[in-house]
Design a protein around this ligand. Sequence first.
Ligand SMILES: Nc1ncnc2c1ncn2[C@@H]1O[C@H](COP(=O)(O)OP(=O)(O)OP(=O)(O)O)[C@@H](O)[C@H]1O
Length: 233
Amino acid sequence: MLQIKTLNTYYGDSHILHGVDLDIPRGKTVGLLGRNGMGKTTLIRSLMGYVPAASGSVSWLGKAVTGQPPEKMARLGIGYVPEGRGIFPNLSVRENLLMSARPGPTGRHDWTYDRVLDIFPRLKERLDHGGQQLSGGEQQMLSIGRALMTNPDLLILDEATEGLAPLIVQEIWRVIATIRATGISALIVDRNYRAVLEHTDSAVLLEKGRVVLQGESNALLGTPQELARYLGV
Ligand SMILES: Nc1ncnc2c1ncn2[C@@H]1O[C@H](COP(=O)(O)OP(=O)(O)OP(=O)(O)O)[C@@H](O)[C@H]1O
């Protein structure tokens, strides 16, 4: 569904991504692993068009989309939940959700307002609260809910559980499992590599902007020494 080939990205003179390949097949969930600063967010920002790639290609459903702006990528069916969340603090939970509502580009319309509220009962209880009145966990849920309301074919979650209390983290993983079961493709970045591998079909590990390990998530779970070498766990 999404294919990235030999992507090279720079910030100024710093060469951050070195010929990265990434394949997200239709309906599959892929994990993106790596220690801090290894290039995970840069890879997402490059594929979404926030940061121009110096070379390499991005294709979506077999068509080249390299260098397309983020709004275009979103319209093509990629729902991106950035690290640090993206909600409107002055709007209510209801408004935040409804303003994102649209059918997906391939006609997908299974994520309705009611369905999103069903998977986030906490949000249902806070429909009239402003975004800024929500806890960090609730803001994260709202951010994921907003992305789902666009009925994406691919959902990208960058550090969705960052800084949240353990019970809320569990809830977010439960929601990720639910979303996965609906057949949306997903790309998931999270510090908890074990949780990532348990909730994905395959995974790619970045080390200083290079793919150094990749494979089926189950198989990677069985190579703790390799993982420890790159993740320092
Ligand atoms: N806007 C920027 N300008 C210059 N360098 C940057 C910028 N953003 C990130 N970098 C650098 O690029 C490298 C990769 O950062 P990136 O944020 O992609 O890593 P990451 O794997 O997502 O880590 P983290 O989990 O800490 O966000 C780091 O060395 C970082 O310092």
